[in-house]
Design a protein around this ligand. Structure first.
Ligand SMILES: Nc1ncnc2c1ncn2[C@@H]1O[C@H](COP(=O)(O)OP(=O)(O)OP(=O)(O)O)[C@@H](O)[C@H]1O
Ligand SMILES: [Mg+2]
Length: 335
């Protein structure tokens, strides 16, 4: 359904060039929920915004492809991409209030969205579609919500409305950026259950960006683990969680005592994305780092025998030259 290949995005800032997304690749199959996880600032939002053509200056996509059903989203004209976004691809942005217009009623926003994609439809027709969309996201008084404005909505309600807008046209791919971060646990669960339902019942696909590894374990078929703007490990959630290959994934999983807790309690810091380090970006925090880790960027390789499970780490590269590995170990011990 979606094949992201080598996407690279930078932001120019006063302090220098921010290497936010560095050659990111992953796939989303049909009927699949793929989770993107990683600490704050590791490029999750920049990655999906790149794929959806939503990077604005000072940001710039400098390379890569994002092929959705045969069409490279990064190569088509902006107008064509806008038509896909909203109808074929639904997007739930990180902050729901940011995607709602404060001066239009919810009904008017649904109307504008629907006619922009489906052409002339009456207010009555678009209202019926909106009512259905709001009911499907568990809003019990949809009439009142439709006639209201963004500022009258609670956080949970606003999030539901935004999901309703993202799904009203029946997109085949839904991209949700931390759709539940600001919400309490009960509402979080309800919304995720509902998203999962939408995907499973209608054979759609979803990319779910989250800080919460418990959410990934429960809802995602596959997981993409990002670190410093790169995918360092990706594979089926069950396998990756049972036997994480990358030391970063191991640390992440080891650092989460309870569901709902955020990542960010690992020792050490994410390197600056401005002075991007040579070698493996995790090497300065990695308890297993060898001499070469800080010098040579590890390639992404399949984890032994597993289809669709890849890791970028010198330590777990199946075909690593055992001699150079020993040299590394000696150098590491010496140093
Ligand atoms: N408009 C921008 N201008 C400059 N730098 C930016 C911009 N947007 C993002 N960045 C930088 O790109 C990097 C990746 O940011 P991104 O928002 O993708 O992280 P994230 O993984 O989504 O984090 P979070 O979990 O906090 O949402 C960060 O270093 C951030 O400062
Ligand atoms: Mg983000």
């Amino acid at each position: 359904m979606l094949e992201v290949e080598n996407v690279t995005t930078r932001f120019r800032s006063r302090r220098g060039v921010v290497h936010a997304v560095n050659g990111v690749s992953f796939r989303v199959g049909s009927s699949e929920i793929v989770g993107i996880v990683g600490e704050s600032g590791c490029g999750k939002s920049a990655t999906i915004r790149s794929v959806l053509g939503l990077i604005q200056p000072p940001g710039e996509i400098v390379g890569g492809r994002a092929v959705f059903d045969g069409t490279d989203l990064l190569a088509i004209p902006a107008g064509a991409l806008r038509r896909l976004r909203g109808s074929e691809i639904g997007f739930v942005a990180q902050n729901p209030f940011g995607s709602l217009n404060p001066i239009l009623s919810v009904a008017a926003q649904f109307h504008n969205l629907i006619v922009a994609h489906r052409g002339r439809l009456s207010r009555k027709q678009t209202r019926d579609m909106a009512l259905q969309a709001l009911q499907s996201v568990g809003i019990s008084g949809p009439e009142r919500v439709l006639d209201g404005y963004a500022h009258e909505l609670s956080g949970g309600m606003a999030q539901r409305v935004v999901i309703g807008m993202a799904t009203v046209l029946g997109p085949r791919l839904l991209v949700a950026d931390e759709p539940t971060t600001a919400l309490d646990m009960t509402i979080q669960r309800q919304i995720l259950d509902l998203l999962q339902d939408l995907v499973r019942k209608r054979e759609r696909s979803m990319i779910l960006v989250t800080h919460d590894l418990g959410v990934v374990a429960q809802y995602c078929d596959r997981v993409v683990v990002m670190y410093a703007g790169k995918v360092i490990e990706t594979g089926p959630t069950a396998q990756v969680f049972a036997r994480p290959a990358h030391p970063y994934t191991q640390a992440l999983l080891g650092s989460v005592p309870r569901r709902g807790e955020e990542i960010g309690i690992l020792a050490g810091r994410v390197p600056s994305l401005i002075d991007y380090p040579p070698g493996c970006a995790f090497s300065n925090r990695c308890v297993h780092a060898l001499d070469r880790c800080a010098r040579i960027v590890p390639a992404s390789r399949p984890v032994a025998g597993e289809d669709g499970w890849n890791v970028s780490c010198h330590l777990v590269s199946g075909d690593a030259d055992p001699l150079s590995r020993e040299e590394d170990v000696r150098a590491h011990r010496a140093g």
